[in-house]
Write a protein that binds this ligand. Structure first.
Ligand code: SF4
Ligand code: URA
Length: 251
């Protein structure tokens, strides 16, 4: 709109100068020839007026601030820290857990407790690091069995369907900004929430799904592997599929 207006003004100026010339007033017209041409002026204008679109990191920073201030559900009242997510803003691979636990609530970072340390090992076994992937949760604040005691250990619970439904909008925006080639949901909660499926995690794991047009592979939650190490081989099977897809584009 601005450009169009500017062009109209330039054209008007040009015809006026040509009129001057036709009337015999050549000095002004000659001087106008020294001016930069329309294109150069327009390019200069564009540099001044065009608003640069925000890059992925800038968009995530804005969203992180919104999550920090969010009062969208009652979990805001008891959180110590909102846990937004972390990693590479243009990651090909994104992990989605259910929600922060005690350690994550205390530090404001996802997956840093015992289950998180196992997830870090899985990521490294895949030839990646926590900095080359993106790690997030469905809910950003710590769901507690006893919300009056955020300092208490063994006080974690899975998020309720309504907490997940409210908070999921932030995850959807994160996915939209990061545009991963593939999402791995960790455990039954995040899988059910994103896929709206009643299928058990033992049946659906490893099977490629779609979420908002993004490829998604469900697998077991690392906390389940800590309780039952026999499940590790299944997670590795699923992750090999993901590695193959990331290197060949085929799944
Ligand atoms: Fe907001 Fe999500 Fe935290 Fe609820 S869990 S307060 S919706 S950021
Ligand atoms: N479990 C999760 O689902 N997410 C975390 O961030 C930590 C533990």
């Amino acid at each position: 709109m601005k450009q169009l207006k500017y062009l109209k003004i330039l054209n008007f100026a040009k015809t006026t100068l040509e009129d001057y010339n036709n009337w015999g007033e050549t000095e002004v017209y000659k001087a106008s020839q020294e001016l930069p041409n329309n294109k150069a002026i327009l390019e200069e204008q564009q540099k001044t007026f065009t608003v640069k679109p925000l890059n992925a990191k800038e968009q995530l920073d804005i969203l992180r601030q919104q999550v920090k201030d969010c009062k969208g559900c009652p979990l805001c009242k008891t959180r110590l820290n909102a846990v937004f997510g972390e990693g590479f803003e243009n990651a090909d691979l994104m992990f989605v857990g259910e929600g922060p636990g005690y350690d994550e609530d205390h530090k404001g970072e996802p997956f840093i407790g015992k289950a998180g340390q196992l997830l870090t090992k899985i990521i490294e076994a895949m030839g990646q690091t926590r900095d080359t992937v993106y790690i997030a949760n469905i809910v950003k604040c710590h769901p507690m069995i006893d919300p009056s005691s955020p300092e208490k250990r063994e006080n974690d619970r899975p998020p309720t369907p309504s907490e997940m439904q409210v908070c999921k909008r932030y995850l959807d925006m994160q996915i939209d900004i990061i545009k991963p080639k593939i999402i791995v949901t960790l455990g039954a909660s995040s899988t059910k929430c994103l896929l709206n499926s009643e299928e058990s995690i033992s049946r659906i794991r490893g099977a490629v799904q779609k979420y908002n047009g993004f490829k998604l592979v469900p697998t077991y939650h690392p906390a389940a592997l800590l309780r039952n190490p026999g499940l590790k081989k299944f997670v590795w099977e699923d992750m090999k599929k993901v590695i193959h897809f990331l290197s060949t584009g085929e799944i």
